[in-house]
Write a protein that binds this ligand. Sequence first.
Ligand SMILES: Nc1ncnc2c1ncn2[C@@H]1O[C@H](COP(=O)(O)OP(=O)(O)O)[C@@H](O)[C@H]1O
Ligand SMILES: Cc1ncc(C[n+]2csc(CCOP(=O)(O)OP(=O)(O)O)c2C)c(N)n1
Ligand SMILES: [Mg+2]
Length: 328
Amino acid sequence: MAERDLISRFVAGLRTRDDRLLIGPGDDAAVVRAGAVAVTSTDTTVLGVHLPADDPHVTPDVVGHRALATALSDLAAMGVPAGEAYVALTLPTSWDDGHVIALVEAMERLAAATGTTIAGGDVSSGPALVVTVTVVGWADDEHALLRRDAARAGDRVGVTGQLGGSAAGLALLVDPRARTATLTPNVRAALLDRYLRPEPRLALGQRLLRLGAHAAIDLSDGVATDAGHVGRASGLRLRIDVDRLPRQLGVDAVAAAVGRDPAQLAAAGGEDFELLVTAPPERAGAIARAGVTWIGEVAEAAGDDAAPGVVLERDGRPLGWAGFEHRA
Ligand SMILES: Nc1ncnc2c1ncn2[C@@H]1O[C@H](COP(=O)(O)OP(=O)(O)O)[C@@H](O)[C@H]1O
Ligand SMILES: Cc1ncc(C[n+]2csc(CCOP(=O)(O)OP(=O)(O)O)c2C)c(N)n1
Ligand SMILES: [Mg+2]
């Protein structure tokens, strides 16, 4: 199919989910009636970097879902609902029309499930499959946000859901040793799903904001790195006990099979796309009931050996673990 026809074909399957969109796909630019404050984030998914390039699990559907989910995760971490998404596709010749349409259809399904409107994008050819998704959410005012720099000394530090599942799922795909792990079919499927089809915690992010959380960040690179962003942005030190990190079922078995510490998969494996939050102790009960596990606290940063950032601890002693880094 020619570029124009391909675009027309997949745009025909996109729906508008709000009354903001004045001009959607088709003109030189999208036109949206703005809310009070725009919250915008962009994320890239590269086949071979974010997903294995030649694995039968990595279908066009998985690529589409994951690219939008990981972008929406940043809006979840800001505590705002999703608004519009803009999708730039770089397509290698090995991706035929059917693949591209399946990718966009999977995105549209997640868009429907999250109230997102795909309002525009771009199609290019290129040497590798790259999907860049820009998402915009709308807040009523600039205070109705979960920022990285809003942690306060004395806050508790918590995480939503369970961690390590994505790294374990990836290991099941790429590390032959992981296949020796004893897992029930359901547990194995849930680990693969966590890696291949993460769910952005949009409703939970908004709920945490309403419940009085101070700061939040989504866990893309792992607590070891992402908690450090909160600490540095806030000028404080997050102290986290790695043995309190909730681990997804099956993580321990995969960690044993690949010879790694299970807490390290949970702290540094990355891509669970859960949220890390800080909140004052008086809110801890209500926030825990919303699905948060407390893993540490926010301390003043003072002195050379207590710089702003994160310190991961085991039995009160610091560990040198680090999360994912693109240019290590
Ligand atoms: N090329 C760039 N130009 C401007 N800002 C950037 C660029 N790359 C990253 N940033 C900013 O740096 C911060 C961290 O980026 P990144 O690690 O991609 O964020 P996240 O983990 O939330 O997706 C973000 O606020 C992002 O907007
Ligand atoms: C094939 C493959 N190898 C390694 C990884 C691990 N990995 C790749 S990117 C990444 C971190 C998250 O991606 P990034 O682009 O840093 O997202 P952001 O922090 O910008 O949200 C991790 C853990 C992977 N997902 N797939
Ligand atoms: Mg990253």
